[in-house]
Design a protein around this ligand. Sequence first.
Ligand SMILES: C[S@@+](CC[C@H](N)C(=O)[O-])C[C@H]1O[C@@H](n2cnc3c(N)ncnc32)[C@H](O)[C@@H]1O
Length: 331
Amino acid sequence: MSIDPAELSGVRRGPLHAGERVTLADMRGHRHTLLLEPGRIFHTTKGALAHDDIIGRPQGVVVSTVGGLEFTVFRPLLHEYTVSMPREAAVIYPKDAAQIVLWADVFPGARVLESGVGSGALSLYLLRAIGPTGTLHSYERRDEFAQVALGNVEEFLGGPHPGWTVTVGGLVETIADEPVDRAILDMLRPWDCIDAVAERLVPGGLLCCYVTTTTQMGCVADQLRHHGGFTEPTITETTVREWHAEGLAIRPGHGTSAHTGFLIVSRRMAPGVLAPVRKRRPAPGAYGPDYHGPVPRTVAAEHLEANRRRAADDSDRIAPAVRKALRRRVR
Ligand SMILES: C[S@@+](CC[C@H](N)C(=O)[O-])C[C@H]1O[C@@H](n2cnc3c(N)ncnc32)[C@H](O)[C@@H]1O
């Protein structure tokens, strides 16, 4: 029997019916989410709107309140749902989720590991990408977060996904001994989990870490190099800029995204194989006395020592460019 590709995607077809969520949007861009219920009334400052005016109709209709306020009616898309659903922890934003699915190469039928689950936003994107034949094993150390995520995911999909397992507990302490094709970490200290994940990630598999600060970014990158069994990581940040186009008035819109986080993506080498690396001296001060993280295995002991000495010697000195600028100001 063939599987309907839309199965478990959360996408519903046909007329809108009672018990479903719909998004109402007015011309000023204000949005409201309604859970359709026969006999129920939605109140606005411009009068009331009966849910019965929506139930049984197709998506894309326009409905009006008694006072003439018009709304378009659609089922929420996945990205709209993830930013409006109940949340306990911060969710991955749509722009980053889209990049994760692409750069971590999440495919239908994949075996994916995810940690932490938080509110379940990324879980939803991953479940959609793996489809009905894939598996997602998600780890979350806080039970109350896991419960919210389970509720959010089931509500969107309309029931449980047979390929989704949620384990409550710290990732390193509870990780299952099973091979995974892709691993996505969105947690405070992903670098602590790299050894455990590396043991389960198949050769050629991808690890993608989402972090919000540059300090975390550095820790992940250096831990991957220190481990050795991963390719040199690719690090990116995504900015999305909206545009306004109306006749000759074409300009950037107001909806440019602010900073959310960074993606660090790397591939697993074959068992026992160390990734080849360019041998070079680290940048001055890169691993100086103030650095306390993992040191990449390619940084030779003598380079490390020289780097530390140089950083310590330089710390009291004024850089030549700064000295020159100061002299100019004094004159
Ligand atoms: C930012 S939230 C994840 C948000 C989620 N990706 C989403 O889109 O809804 C980070 C989560 O990681 C969990 N966490 C942190 N360290 C963990 C660990 N060692 N093992 C499992 N979960 C962990 C936290 O409890 C938190 O819920």
